[in-house]
Design a protein. Structure first.
Length: 111
């Protein structure tokens, strides 16, 4: 077998080894490497931190591929998501607490 060629497991068409999808039927021939460029990483981290639920999707996607560098990116994205959620709850409960105290003092310290 020619090492520069890959045979599609679905339709048997011969494709170049560098192609991600079969040219005949469109079947995915190999795992598409995920970008781990600094810009891409930064985008994922920002997404994870500022829009916590959305950051989980690329995080899980990056964790599932067989690429240790991408796995680290995914792990950081998920950790950032968790930190962001904790911070949100912490800030929110802090606000509720101070509001409750304010309300309490306005009512003369109790009922
Ligand atoms: Zn095919």
């Amino acid at each position: 077998m020619d090492p520069t060629q890959i045979i599609c497991p679905k339709c048997g068409a011969i494709n170049s080894v560098s192609s991600n999808f079969c040219q005949a039927c469109g079947k995915q021939l190999r795992e598409i490497p995920l970008s781990t460029s600094v810009a891409k990483q930064l985008g994922i981290y920002l997404l994870s931190f500022f829009l916590p639920p959305l950051g989980l999707m690329p995080g899980i996607k990056y964790l599932r591929v067989h690429d240790s560098k991408a796995n680290i990116v995914g792990l950081i994205a998920i950790i950032l998501t968790i930190i962001s959620i904790i911070l949100t709850f912490w800030t929110f409960s802090g606000l509720i607490n101070s509001y409750t105290k304010l309300l309490g003092s306005q009512l003369g310290g109790g009922f």
